[in-house]
Design a protein around this ligand. Structure first.
Ligand SMILES: Nc1ncnc2c1ncn2[C@@H]1O[C@H](COP(=O)(O)OP(=O)(O)O)[C@@H](O)[C@H]1O
Ligand SMILES: [Mg+2]
Length: 221
């Protein structure tokens, strides 16, 4: 499902360079549920964005859902992400003027299409996470936990093979957060989906099958 080799990404500030990602080898098989852990600033978000095809590394091989995305143009990576990958961003990135249902449908627009069938799929997903009575609320009218659940529905609406999540339980009460995570992991298992989740919460990491420490992936200097 995922294979990385010698992947590197730097940011330059004048003379100074900051290494944002440095991964020797990483393999994740189809259907695995993996926690990606590491201290703040170790490059977890950068790596997730490389897997999603939002960022292209300076060098290295990136194979995701059967395609070498490091060789693709930005437009091709965007299409690949729309078809195969569901992303839950660290800051959720819902669009404020739109309702919960519309936000989920916007996800479908960039994937399988937002026709009539997508609407019933979006409604079913929102009902499954307990938001059946919040379909027409805007993000500002929802709690953080509810916004997170909308973001998860948007990530799932295209029935992606791969789900990427960036500290999805970052700032909400643990009980709700862990319940939502368990629901997502169950849905992922039912659909044999692969899940990669960045987290600093040991309780969430324990729910995954495997934990990868980002710092151990660095190539020896
Ligand atoms: N757009 C950017 N421009 C410059 N530096 C960045 C940018 N994004 C990340 N970095 C730097 O790269 C490193 C890794 O960042 P990040 O992937 O966000 O880490 P994490 O998610 O593990 O906290 C940090 O040192 C950060 O300052
Ligand atoms: Mg981060």
């Amino acid at each position: 499902m995922i294979r990385l080799h010698d992947v590197h990404k730097d940011y330059a500030f004048g003379e100074r360079r900051v290494t944002a990602c440095d991964v020797g080898d990483l393999r994740i098989e189809a259907g695995e549920q993996v926690a990606l852990v590491g201290r703040s600033g170790t490059g977890k978000t950068t790596l997730l964005h490389i897997l999603a095809g939002i960022l292209r590394p300076d060098r290295g091989e990136v194979e995701v859902v059967g395609a070498r995305i490091d060789r693709m143009s930005e437009a091709a990576r965007d299409r690949h992400r729309g078809r195969h990958i569901g992303m839950v961003y660290q800051t959720f990135n819902l669009l404020q003027p739109f309702s919960a249902l519309e936000n989920v449908l916007l996800g479908a627009l960039f994937g399988r299409g937002a026709g009539g069938e997508a609407k019933s799929r979006a409604e079913t997903l929102l009902q499954r996470v307990g938001l059946g009575d919040r379909l027409h609320h805007r993000p500002s009218e929802l709690s953080v936990g509810q916004v997170q659940r909308v973001a998860i529905c948007r990530a799932l609406v295209n029935d992606p093979e791969l789900i990427l999540m960036d500290e999805p339980l970052g700032n909400q009460d643990r009980t709700t957060g862990v319940q939502v995570l368990d629901l997502l992991l169950q849905m992922a298992r039912d659909g044999n989906k692969t899940v990669v989740m960045v987290t600093h919460d040991p309780e969430s990491a324990k729910r995954m099958q495997r934990t990868v420490e980002l710092e151990t992936l660095r190539r020896p200097a």
